[in-house]
Design a protein around this ligand. Sequence first.
Ligand SMILES: *[C@@H]1O[C@H](CO)[C@@H](O)[C@H](O)[C@H]1NC(C)=O
Length: 406
Amino acid sequence: MGFEIWTIKTVVVMAVGVVTMLPSCIVESVGNSSSTELKLWDFEVKPSVTQTTLAVVYKEIDRLRREQATIRQQQEALKHMLSSQKKEFPMTIGSTALAPYPLTTQEIESWSSEDTDSMPNFDPCYRYTVLDQTWRATNTSTKHKMCDRNANWKGWYRLFYKGKSLQMPERCPPVDKCGTHAPLWLASSHPRRSDGIVSRRVCGHWKKQCCAFKSTPIKVKKCRGNYYVYQFVKPTSCHLAYCADVNTIVCGRCRRSESCVSRDKISWTCKRKKVIKRQVHFFAAIPTSITGKVNRIKYSSVTVNVGHAFNRKTFTFRAPVKGIYQFFFSTQTTSGGKTDLWLVVNGYWVSVSHTQVTSPSSVGSLRTYMTFLRRGGLVYVTQNCGNSWANAASSTIIFGGSLLSQ
Ligand SMILES: *[C@@H]1O[C@H](CO)[C@@H](O)[C@H](O)[C@H]1NC(C)=O
């Protein structure tokens, strides 16, 4: 039993990082800080804390399980892609129907039992059929013209040319290319990743008219790793076929930090994405002393607020971007008794500045804390008990922080 409890503790420390603590001002000893720290973890002493923490653990286990399911999907898609690249992809159009990558019953069962809410809207970025047919290329013309109306489309597809990832053309390909009479191309540009799944118009080029055939619109999604998946459907007539633009093979080689760009939609290059570096710094103080419990210390004297992340009305810091942040806060205690100031991050009490002195001496305490915050993360300081001394010039009760990296 003792061992099991220890395991749970470890999980909390590693995976959650922050611990719900019910801060108490009744701390036995001040001089021995390590024993105070150990007390924080001693769940047997505070049963209410054990319950809150267990809830956190269960939530965490649930999250990990969900993550595992996603990883499994990705592995399957990758495995399938690799195997289809080795052997000639068995799909031919016309006689053999295009079959989507089949799910095994075991997979379906494991999905429905583990991850019921992700089943109806699974991510097509990891569940697509590889469509590697050289005749679809924008630079090939075949004797026998293909018609995608004869194919049995189902689900999502990703285009390849001899194992190289590519995209549909965003420009009108010449007639009789793409192994068909009227090649089908995307009439507006591909989506960005933040757009999610979008609908796009599809045009068929015929008789000098780039959109002679207004085919059924298709769904498109941009995936992590610079590729697209398409939900192909039967085109409106024959002979129309979806094109694979060989000019965009270069896009499949772009790194994560790059995006594929083109002015003329013919010559494409990988270009480094511009990262706007955000500057976030703030420094605030309170010019008067505070006594007793103060839910949110009113740091009214704000001298630095680069990036305007510190709200002067609510005295709360809100993370404007995802990143690593460093905070510091301090107090100065003069009277006897304990004084505890807590840094509160997203509702969790994460770091305490603790002082205890006997009159007539005085002591200052400065705390720093570093953490990863998502956009919108909230941080403020609370005085749980005691007395903090300050005057207009002292800068003894302060709160500040910076964004270290995005
Ligand atoms: C089409 O383009 C690919 C890739 O650039 C190239 O390997 C192939 O030889 C081209 N085919 C024709 C017929 O030009």
